[in-house]
Design a protein around this ligand. Sequence first.
Ligand code: 5AD
Ligand code: SF4
Length: 508
Amino acid sequence: MSMMKKENNLFNMYNRINLEKIDINAQPPTEEPARQYYFMAKCREWVKEFQQKNGRLPGACVTTFGCQMNARDSEKLRGILREMGYEEASEDKADFVIYNTCTVRENANTRVYGRLGQLKPRKKKHPHMMIGLCGCMMQEPEVVEKLKKSYRFVDIIFGTHNIYKFAELVATRLELQDPPLAASSVYNGKSDRMVIDIWKDTDQIIEDLPNERKYSFKSGINIMFGCNNFCSYCIVPYVRGRERSRDPKAIIQEIERLVADGVSEVMLLGQNVNSYGKTLETPMTFAQLLTQIEKIEGLRRIRFMTSHPKDLSDDLIEVMGKSKKICKHLHLPVQSGSTDILAKMNRRYTKEQYLKLVEKIRAAVPDISLTTDIIVGFPGETEEDFEETLDVVRKVRYDSAFTFIYSKRTGTPAAVMENQVPEDVIKNRFDRLLKEVQTIAAETCAVHEGTVQEVLVEDICDHDSEMVTGRLSNNLLVHFYGGRELIGQYVDVSLKECRGFYYIGEKI
Ligand code: 5AD
Ligand code: SF4
């Protein structure tokens, strides 16, 4: 442990010392991540000048839309901003606003345009303000065209594959480099200057860049990027690119450093963690990776998401059954209960196979909590198909489920399928599904009443500052009376009262 601690400090210090020592008047290095540290140092100089002129540091705000992958990417952006010297600010006060966008459903795009519209008058009033857009939505060429035409006040646009280049793009926009950088495309609109850099795909994974964790005691960790599944409704493979796994040594080292820095719970992230390792030079399975992670001393809880049912192996189930650290929770998106619709969705499992898988998992880990994603109104979904979905929900009895109305995503096979389901029919099915899901979730939640379980305390409660909130291994939320000093601690709590989807507990 003590060895690891030392190494971790050195690692952080190394980055910092490096930044101070970098000769920003020399030409930028070509290799990564050294090149990005050079630009962070360059931006840091600019920040110092800003501070001298304005008597304060510039503030930045990164707003995340979408999933945990995006949340993790935002932590990387915040880490880079911190190295540049920016202070964290609320969105309404920030000099630099960054939206890390999602495009999985159409309404995610609509929200971003709405928020951008609200930023426009502020930017007009404060021309020094910078606006950056990144993430999945930026990988869609129509989006970038629309931004170039109608949202010219945006300063920087980049995608999912080159997030590591953030510092370089900021330096380009601030025109800190002479001669100007050729690497990024600079779009000169009529009056505004936009830096746009979108890559279609990449096989690069740049390690050792800074990041700023939201919580000191838990962290997400990317184990892979992209997706090769091409579910017919889903835009993710088009905007996140082909599947590629991180080197297991880099993953283990990152977790060891995090643990030395106070982290005890990790969430391994990937669009489909069950196919981890297939693209490695020396292939390995997700089950093997988990076995290695389990051995890390000081790590107490391991979570992962998302699992595709078709790739969930017997080996993985066995590892989960034996593990002392893997949390008793599995997110296993079913999407639909109808075998016909599942085929049209290109999910590559049947209703029966899914139910069998659930049985196997429950046999190996009896107290596991199961959650899922369900799409209502996929093209061609009949009332009978929908009944099949309700049937799966009743049979599996999920602890909770995310229910989505099907959203047509241009470029995906489902967008041009016949028999798109009318809106009113979808709405009716959605309401019925939600009711079923909520009723069952409340019942499954109630079974823990009276038990004593370990809670990892995460925060002070929003609605009562005398209470703290945390999670059980099975991911259920528990609120109980306690103070700030408990944050990050594991506390045994008696679960007194189930309130639908969370518990009121008592510290014992
Ligand atoms: N419409 C509705 N829901 C979708 N999802 C992915 N694509 C779509 C779409 N086009 C849902 C799936 C996935 C979750 C992250 O988002 O249920 O598991
Ligand atoms: Fe989308 Fe399917 Fe890949 Fe999940 S597994 S990201 S739903 S294509």
